[in-house]
Design a binder for this molecule. Structure first.
Ligand code: PLP
Length: 440
């Protein structure tokens, strides 16, 4: 297999000592490199590829829109796809009379959500509220504002002196911290009281934790108690659905697994399925209206916001999701994937926990199942398993740090939502081979 490394070209990547093959094309759940090697796209990169690769409907929608008009500044024009996508999304997001603001990535919509929370509070006359509480072992984005609420230590560390650090609370983690959801949620109340409720604008969290904690759901009482606390102290709840939104977990939105609603929602990755960089910030119509009446405008913008081609890609992706019942398929195939993983890895001495919802599953790898002791981060266990699966033609997602912020290895699966049982069988078989080779 031809692999390209840094010294060979003028591109530089995040992972620098990792030669990579050149991608040629994709079809359905498969990727093909320039040597013709086939890979099952078992995670769509970081959980992006919802409708599969090579979807003519999306490609044609992009081409048609680019031909008609690729770009017109959103301060001066609206566009048909931006209006239509918003009308469709308003029917499925759990926000009354929802309003949508489009940007190009998860980090950007998180930044925008933080600024929106501040402006909703200002419009309510709560000018002192500026703090956004978040959780450790979370990821909310690469930009400095998003990093200030991110809880992943390695990504924050070099830049901490450059950001306004925000208060963080410990996340719920039933596998390692078996307290009740209420107790875990009450950490938010303590943080609000410590900061002074009059200073707190919002709480941001992933309804189901993404890459940092690996498809982790809190127990059933966690989110209702969080909602109660937010209401009691006038704190807005921002649901970061960047990774778990758009049907990934078998419901349109991760938060819909619990009987509560957020105040602000963001999503990105699956929104345009990887065909275009697109994310949205969504808010209640009443809050947006109050900003309009009180502050005049929403103080935030970007050159590429509300992009006509991006929203056309999002609309075409959404139509495929609806026509092919992919949320339902995520629920059904996800249940099957979960069973397979339990069957194959349920007794493995190095797999401590198997968790997930819909088509987002994680294996937490440990040295010892009894003590739940993680491998040292320096062993790079998740990375080694990732490499073994990659060589065998399966692309999975991995991360480190779940156990204590530094150590703790995760291997994650999140195939396109079009996946079928035979393809799931093959994925699990390849992963099992890689795990056997890793641990013997
Ligand atoms: C929950 C969550 N929020 C925000 C982001 C940032 O998104 P992006 O990488 O598109 O900027 C990510 C990315 O992994 C994420 O998982």
């Amino acid at each position: 297999m031809t692999r390209y490394s840094h010294p060979q070209g003028h591109v530089f990547y995040r992972k620098m000592n990792h030669p990579r093959p050149k991608i040629a094309y994709g079809k359905g759940i498969y990727l093909f490199d320039e040597d013709g090697k086939r890979y099952i796209d078992g995670s769509g990169g970081p959980l992006v590829v919802n409708v599969g690769h090579g979807r003519t409907e999306v490609v044609e929608a992009i081409a048609k829109q680019a031909q008609a008009i690729a770009y017109a500044h959103a301060i001066m024009f609206t566009s048909e796809p931006a209006e239509q996508l918003s009308n469709e999304l308003a029917k499925i997001v759990p926000l009354p009379e929802a309003r949508f603001f489009y940007l190009s990535s998860g980090s950007e919509v998180v930044e925008a959500a933080i600024k929106l929370a501040r402006q909703i509070q200002m419009a309510r006359g709560e000018n002192g509220r500026y703090l956004v509480i978040s959780r450790w072992r979370s990821y909310h984005g690469m930009s400095l504002g998003a990093l200030s609420v991110t809880g992943k230590l390695g990504m924050r560390h070099p830049f901490l002196s450059m950001v306004h650090d925000m208060p963080h609370i410990d996340p719920p983690y039933p596998y390692r911290d078996p307290i009740s959801g209420i107790e875990a949620a009450n950490r938010l109340e303590s943080a609000i009281l410590a900061a002074g409720p009059m200073n707190v604008a919002a709480f941001i969290a992933e309804p189901i934790s993404g890459a940092s904690l690996g498809a982790l759901s809190p127990t059933g009482d966690y989110w209702p108690r969080i909602r109660e606390i937010c209401d009691q102290y006038g704190v807005l709840f921002i649901a970061d659905e960047v990774l778990v939104g758009m049907g990934r977990t078998g419901k349109w939105w991760g938060i819909q697994h619990w009987p509560i609603e957020p105040d602000i929602m963001v999503t990105s990755k699956g929104l345009a399925g990887g065909y275009y960089p697109l994310g949205f910030l969504a808010a209640k119509g009443s809050d947006v209206e109050q900003i309009r009446q009180t502050l005049g405008d929403f103080n935030h913008g970007g050159t590429f916001s509300h992009h006509a081609v991006g929203t056309a890609a999002g609309l075409a992706t959404l139509r495929i999701m609806q026509a092919e019942n992919l949320v339902e398929n995520a629920a059904n195939m996800g249940a099957y994937l979960g069973q397979k993983l339990q069957q194959v890895f349920g007794d493995h001495p190095n797999i401590g926990d198997i968790r997930g919802r819909g088509l987002f599953w994680a294996l937490e790898i440990v040295q010892d199942r009894e003590t739940k002791k993680p491998f040292s981060v320096k062993r790079h266990v998740a990375w080694e398993i990732w490499e073994r699966t990659f060589d065998r033609g399966l692309v999975v997602y991995y991360s480190q740090g779940c156990a204590d912020g530094t150590n703790g290895d995760l291997i994650m699966l999140g195939p396109p939502l079009i996946v079928n049982k035979t393809q799931i069988d093959e994925m699990v078989e390849i992963l099992a081979d890689a795990v056997i080779e890793q641990f013997g």
